[in-house]
Ligand binder design. Structure first.
Ligand code: BTN
Length: 234
């Protein structure tokens, strides 16, 4: 189905393998939003799958590559901020691309670089559904958290905020907003380095989007990888 959303062309499908793959495989004008009510091969970061059952909101948008590659992380930050704006103050961002409520993941963001465009994909658990066993304990939905917003309202609200952030392209503003919502700041975390599991304290978000950590009095940053929160009392 074809429609319009905050000035974007909107294509809606009942089921797609992945809305981001659809945008990669079809030469649609930049700015097009593709939404699916369910995905059969939803993808997350680092080749992970993303559970995309009916009851969630799954969409991707193609964006111009109008920021330097070194600032691509800021697009993910803008999307995370826009999601938090829509969900409300209970939403926090787990570096780098996940949105959490009450310690559980409610949304994920995947920003991918193509030669001529960026593809931003967002998945949000909206309705309470029977999640797969492997994420049952760690994921939640807006409905489960008592936030009764429709998927349509979340989608529209997202673009009202995201388009403003992306039009202005103020990386400093994206950072400031992200920092106030950073779930990991002040927490003990674990991460993997050269196949080895390590721990450190996360102390903030650096100006280049990296996670600032401390261990035995030394400060260092993490630029990528999966990071897990362990505890919050130093
Ligand atoms: C993550 O959790 O690592 C990111 C998940 C991103 C999921 C969205 S859903 C819409 C778009 N299509 C996909 O296949 N992935 C993204």
């Amino acid at each position: 189905m074809k429609g319009k959303l905050c000035g974007h062309d909107l294509l809606t499908y009942d089921l797609l393998p992945s809305t981001s793959d659809y945008l990669k495989e079809n030469d649609l004008p930049i700015g097009t939003v593709v939404r699916a009510h369910a995905q059969s091969a939803g993808r997350g970061r680092r080749g992970n799958g993303f559970s995309s059952l009916e009851g969630g909101l799954y969409f991707s948008v193609s964006l111009p590559r109008s920021m330097p590659d070194s600032q691509m992380w800021a697009v993910t930050f803008m999307a995370a901020n826009a999601l938090c704006d829509v969900i409300g103050e209970r939403a926090l961002i787990k570096w780098v691309n996940d949105v959490y409520i009450d310690g559980r993941k409610v949304a994920g963001i995947l920003t991918e670089v193509r030669p001529d465009r960026l593809i931003l994909g967002v998945g949000i658990n909206v309705k309470k559904v029977d999640l797969p066993p492997e994420i049952k304990e760690t994921a939640t939905s807006l409905e489960e958290c008592g936030i009764n917003k429709t998927a349509d309202a979340v989608l529209e609200g997202f673009f009202e905020h995201f388009d403003r952030y992306f039009d202005i392209r103020d990386v400093g503003d994206a950072l400031e907003r992200y920092r106030t919502r950073s779930l990991l700041t002040g927490k003990e975390i674990t991460y993997t380095e050269n196949g080895e599991r390590k721990s450190a304290w996360a102390t903030g978000i650096a100006d280049n989007g990296n996670l600032i950590c401390e261990k035995d009095g030394a400060t260092f940053t993490l630029s990528s990888g999966e990071v897990f929160e362990v505890r919050s009392n130093k």
